[in-house]
Write a protein that binds this ligand. Structure first.
Ligand SMILES: NC(=O)c1ccc[n+]([C@@H]2O[C@H](COP(=O)([O-])OP(=O)(O)OC[C@H]3O[C@@H](n4cnc5c(N)ncnc54)[C@H](O)[C@@H]3O)[C@@H](O)[C@H]2O)c1
Length: 332
């Protein structure tokens, strides 16, 4: 399959691009490098015989997107390119709605123009808002607390409406939970050029001596150790799910959770990291953050039944591969 991967130099996109290449597919990456580095392309292309093509450009730039599609002859598009900071989106909602919603619309318009019928969209567990976990694909969403989550929910509505109006389209929405980990080789990992308030990059910074301690937001939640619970999933499991989703695409708009189905608290995640790194990770408990959800984990069974996919890696693997990346990355 020849696949256009938007945002393919980002964290999840780069791991997916690498796996697509490893499985013998052709990959064209479109990325504006707003949250990634060009060196990631060299890493992807140094790991195997198959190489990805790269175009630096913005999904909002119709001229560039036209050019990419006109030379592409793509089987499908995996659309990762988006801004992803919940916090930043509260201060700058317009930027998020433009990039994430208008960007998705631009791509869908070009898919229609060039007859590309297969589309996989990166959505997020944040569309469920504060609905009670485990959340299934048909769970009625709760209150969403930021424009980032709203932008993903809006894209989902657009995809559903487009699929209803044109039954030859094959659209897949993947709702990821909390993606962490790195490629086992240590050559690829989370390499964002901005910081987003996700916990794992902070744990790594403390472990490698770049920060003194982690701030843990709240220990008075109704959970066994009082800290928030999330469904962490390994980036390579997420990458694999995209390829299974492309292989199993069918007419209409399908939606799947990508999670392990298991919740891990903040303190359990810190402990897992301490065990694999054999380091002490100091932390300080501070006030809850507005909008943070107490517990969020998936019901992962629909993807198991329909895509034949299930998460293989556990929290220890995720911590181990993250730490391995941190210790290996300067060699690349
Ligand atoms: N990381 C997670 O835990 C998580 C969870 C749920 C959903 N998601 C979604 O998955 C997708 C990928 O996330 P990620 O963690 O890899 O993020 P990332 O920021 O590492 O990657 C996104 C990539 O898209 C590029 N990009 C952004 N806007 C663009 C534009 N207008 N034109 C071209 N390129 C653009 C960035 O430069 C970056 O390389 C995003 O849509 C995100 O919302 C991520």
């Amino acid at each position: 399959m020849k696949i256009l991967v938007t945002g393919g130099l980002g964290f999840i996109g780069s791991h997916t691009a690498l796996l697509l290449l490893e499985e013998g597919h052709d990959v064209v990456i479109l990325d504006n490098l707003s949250n990634s580095r060009i060196s990631t392309l060299e890493k992807i292309n140094s790991l195997g015989d198959n190489k990805a093509a790269f175009i630096r450009g913005d999904i909002l730039d119709e001229k560039i997107v036209d050019k990419v599609f006109s030379i592409g002859d793509f089987h499908g598009v995996i659309h990762f390119a988006a801004l992803k900071s919940a916090e930043e989106s509260k201060n700058n909602p317009m930027k998020y709605y433009f990039n994430n919603v208008a960007g998705t619309l631009t791509l869908l318009k070009k898919c229609q123009k060039y007859g590309v019928r297969n589309f996989v969209f990166s959505s997020s567990a944040s569309v469920y808002g504060d609905a009670e976990s485990p959340v299934s694909e048909d769970t009625i969403p709760g209150k969403r607390s930021n424009p980032y989550a709203e932008s993903k929910a809006m894209c989902e509505i657009i995809l559903n409406d487009i699929a209803t109006s044109d039954n030859s389209l094959r659209l897949t929405i993947l709702r990821y939970f909390n993606v962490i980990g790195a490629h086992r080789s240590g050559s690829l990992g989370e390499e964002a050029s901005k910081e987003f308030g996700n916990i794992m990059p902070y744990i790594v910074k403390v472990a490698s001596g770049k920060m003194d301690k982690i701030l843990v937001y709240g220990n008075d939640y109704n959970t066994p150790d009082g800290t928030g619970i999330r469904d962490y999933i390994h980036v390579m499991d997420v990458a694999k799910a995209h390829i299974r989703a492309l292989e199993k695409q069918r007419e209409g708009c399908q939606v799947y959770n990508l999670g392990t189905g298991k919740g891990t608290s903040v303190l359990e995640l810190i402990q897992a990291f301490e065990e694999v790194s054999e380091l002490k990770i100091p932390y300080e408990i501070v006030q809850r953050r507005y909008g943070d959800i107490e517990v969020s984990f998936s019901n992962p069974y629909k993807a198991m039944h329909e895509l034949g996919w299930k998460a293989e890696f556990d929290i220890t693997d995720m911590a181990k591969d993250t730490w391995n990346y941190e210790n290996t990355k300067f060699k690349y």
